[in-house]
Structure formats: structure tokens, C-alpha cells
Design a protein around this ligand. Structure first.
Ligand code: GP9
Length: 404
């Protein structure tokens, strides 16, 4: 515990102006709209099928954003819940079980608690039943004042697990338009959920799928195409009513979509050999895009990143302090790093797998000396251990100078 306290106290301070990265506070007092998209995997962006773009709306939006094409899925057993947990707290998923169910009684320093202490209204919106993934307990713990769920939305169009993305995003926009500003709204979409074949979609995700018709990959493309259209409508709606210009918008995928049992199909579609572990690892990406009003910061940043870096980066853009974060602020990060729950990590392009004693470039396939990564491996192990201690002993209320 003492070591964790020291680690935190080194970070729990206001950044002096000279240490602030470029872009720090550029979104100060703006709303924060964070959209977690169900099963949005990186490979669909910018790709076509039968000559048609799969995600035309996101492809357009991304050009106005700060975009991270090398953002990796860092979830563990908790899938969507782990993604939410990391993006709101920058703590790692639980070493055993799922943080959303094991540690719902803890107190957290999260984007919600920090922004609420700065006078923001905070709300989470999701068109499923409130008990799914224990969200009815976790959202208050993460600092959300309101949780708008299946019990509150008008359930006028159901696809698969709950409210359709179209109705969810339409109703959410109506709610946000009336919200007192500034607010932090956390939206979690649902329709593009495995197994991507809910019959209620009908022909609304139509794409010229050719040979992919009826395959899991083909079904996924249809569903994500549908969700892309709804996201486009939502973002245009935000733009039309002036909300986009008053908000920082973060949009990312919660986890990968194509299970390893369907590697072959994905390989055929991507024209790559997904049986090759390096090629497969390189596909475990979720896109991450951040809109800053006026498109003030835009362009592609190729560094390795993932869910863990979202909260510290957003805090930096909004000019607020998130004292405990195991991820990096992407405004100032160098080559980037993504740590996975099993202790393996990406340092830049290099995938370091301690259990195999192996370091290999994902870009070139070149094997590199594993020993060279020993100091980083030590850092990674310490950060996973500290994050676990924080969860298991509910340390944040004790170690944070001010728990918002
Ligand atoms: C359920 C939804 C899906 O409400 O968020 O969760 P998942 O099954 O993807 O973890």
C-alpha cells in the first residue's frame, strides 16, 4: 500500500504550465460526449465491400478528428464492461472476474467524479436493462448522476438485446439538447452485438456482400454499416443544433468483433493470413477518434494505444486533473504503449510476450532481443499490481489527496 501511495502522490498534483502538453485545456468547460460503440473493430474503417464504403459516416468524421488507428482492445473477461471501466477510470480490468461485478462497492476517481466536482452534470445512456453488467450499481460509483436505461427510453424499436441504435441515438440527442451545460454524457450503443444476425434489422444494413452473404463477417459488416449510419445521423444532429461545437466527442470501439473461430473468414475478407499469430494480433484493434471543437486538433497519430489512455487524454484536453491513471496522456505520449491483462504489451510496434520470452515487431515480423525490454516489463508488472491493489483494497479513498 505504501508503494501505491507514493506512486499516486507523485502524480496527484497540478501540472505546472511548462509541463502541460500542447492542447492541454483546449476543451475546457466544453461538454464531453463519449460514445462507446459495440464491437466496432478497426478494420472496417476506410474499407469497402462490393465498391461501397462500410462506414462512410465514421470515415468522414475521422478526418475532422484526432485519430488513433493503432488503438488496441485491452479488455479481459468483462468485454463491454471492461471497456467502460477502463475508459472512465484508466484502471486495468480486474485480474480475476470482472471489475463491474466484483468491485461495484468501491469508490472511484473517474472522469465522472472529477467532472462532477467541476460542476458538470453527468449522465450515462444505454438501451439495455439497467442490471446488465451491474451498470445500475457501477454508474453511480463512476460518478454518473443519472442513468438513462431501457426503463426510461421509449422502447419503440427493439433490435437484438435492446433499443435499436437509431432510436437510442435519436432519443439521446433529444435528451442532450435539453441538458444543462456543461455535461458529460456517456453513450453505449448496442445493435452491432454478436452474432450480428438479429432478424429485426431487416434489410436496413444492406451492403453488396457477394460471397460474404450469410457468413459471420458479412453479417457483422451489415450491422456495423447500420450503426455507422445512425452515428452519422447523431453527429449531424449534434452539429445542426450547435452541440458539436460545444463538445469534445470521443468515439471508440469497446472490443473486437470477430472471434478466433472465424479467423479464416476474416483472412479471406482482408486478404491476409489470420492463422499467423502476428497478423491476428495486429487486427485486435478498436478505432479511437477524438473531436475537439473547431477540429482544432486533428490528424492521425500512429502510436500504440488503447482504452486505458482515453481518460487521461480527455482529462488533459478538458484541462482537469485525473490523479490516478495507469494509461498515458496521448497528447504527450512518445511511441505509445498498450498493456494487456495477461501481462503482454505493445511498446510501439513491438509485441512483448513475457510468457514466451519473446519480443517481435508486428510491422516487420523481426524478432528482437527480449532482454532489452526488461525495464519496461518491470514497469508494466508494477502498474498491473498497483491497479489490482487499488481495486482489491478499495484504496482510492485513502490515497487520493482529494477524492472528488
Ligand atoms: C449489453 C452490452 C453488451 O448491455 O453492452 O455487452 P457485451 O456482451 O458486449 O459485453
Amino acid at each position: 500500500e505504501e508503494a501505491v501511495v507514493q506512486w499516486v502522490s507523485r502524480r496527484d498534483r497540478d501540472l505546472p504550465p511548462e509541463d502541460r502538453p500542447q492542447g492541454w485545456g483546449i476543451g475546457a468547460r466544453k461538454n464531453l460526449v463519449m460514445i462507446q460503440v459495440e464491437a466496432l473493430q478497426q478494420f472496417v474503417l476506410g474499407r469497402t465491400v462490393g465498391g461501397q464504403e462500410i462506414t462512410p459516416n465514421l470515415n468522414r468524421f475521422v478526418r475532422e478528428c484526432l485519430y488513433f488507428p493503432n488503438a488496441y482492445n485491452q479488455t479481459a473477461l468483462g468485454n463491454s464492461a471492461d471497456a467502460e471501466f477502463m475508459t472512465n477510470t484508466s484502471l486495468y480490468p480486474s485480474a480475476r472476474g470482472v471489475a463491474y461485478t466484483r468491485f461495484a462497492g468501491n469508490r472511484y476517481v473517474s472522469l465522472g467524479t472529477v467532472l462532477r466536482s467541476q460542476g458538470y452534470g453527468t449522465l450515462a445512456l444505454h438501451g439495455d436493462r439497467p442490471g446488465f453488467w451491474n451498470r445500475n450499481r457501477m454508474y453511480p460509483a463512476l460518478g454518473f448522476d443519472r442513468y438513462v436505461s431501457k426503463n426510461d427510453f421509449k422502447m419503440d424499436e427493439v433490435i437484438g438485446l435492446g433499443l435499436s441504435d437509431r432510436s437510442f441515438l435519436d432519443q439521446s440527442l433529444r435528451i442532450l439538447r435539453k441538458e444543462k451545460q456543461p455535461f458529460y454524457a456517456f453513450l453505449v450503443t448496442l445493435t452491432s452485438h454478436y452474432p450480428y444476425n438479429f432478424p429485426e434489422l431487416g434489410n436496413r444494413g444492406d451492403l453488396p456482400l457477394g460471397d460474404l452473404q450469410g457468413t459471420l463477417v458479412g453479417d457483422y459488416l451489415r450491422f456495423i454499416h447500420y450503426t455507422d449510419r445512425q452515428l452519422g445521423r447523431f453527429l449531424e444532429g449534434m452539429r445542426a443544433c450547435g452541440l458539436l461545437e460545444r463538445s469534445v466527442v470521443v468515439l471508440y470501439g469497446d472490443h473486437t468483433a470477430i472471434p478466433s473461430a472465424n479467423k479464416g473468414e476474416l483472412g479471406t475478407f482482408l486478404k491476409g493470413d489470420m492463422m499467423d499469430p502476428l497478423a491476428w494480433k495486429a487486427q485486435q484493434k478498436i478505432p479511437l477518434m477524438i473531436w475537439v471543437p473547431g477540429g482544432a486538433i486533428r490528424g492521425e497519430k500512429e502510436i500504440a494505444t488503447g482504452h486505458m489512455d482515453i481518460a487521461p487524454t480527455v482529462a488533459s484536453l478538458l484541462g482537469v486533473r485525473l490523479p490516478v491513471a495507469f494509461g498515458q496522456d496521448l497528447l504527450s505520449a512518445g511511441s505509445g504503449r498498450a498493456v494487456f491483462r495477461n501481462g503482454s504489451f505493445l511498446q510501439g510496434n513491438v509485441w512483448v510476450q513475457p510468457e514466451e520470452g519473446r519480443a517481435v515487431s508486428l510491422k516487420t515480423g523481426q524478432e528482437l532481443p527480449f532482454e532489452a525490454y526488461a525495464p519496461i516489463l518491470e514497469e508494466v508488472r508494477t502498474s498491473l499490481r498497483f491497479s489490482d491493489l487499488i481495486l482489491e483494497q478499495d484504496l482510492l479513498p485513502r490515497i487520493c489527496r482529494v477524492l472528488p
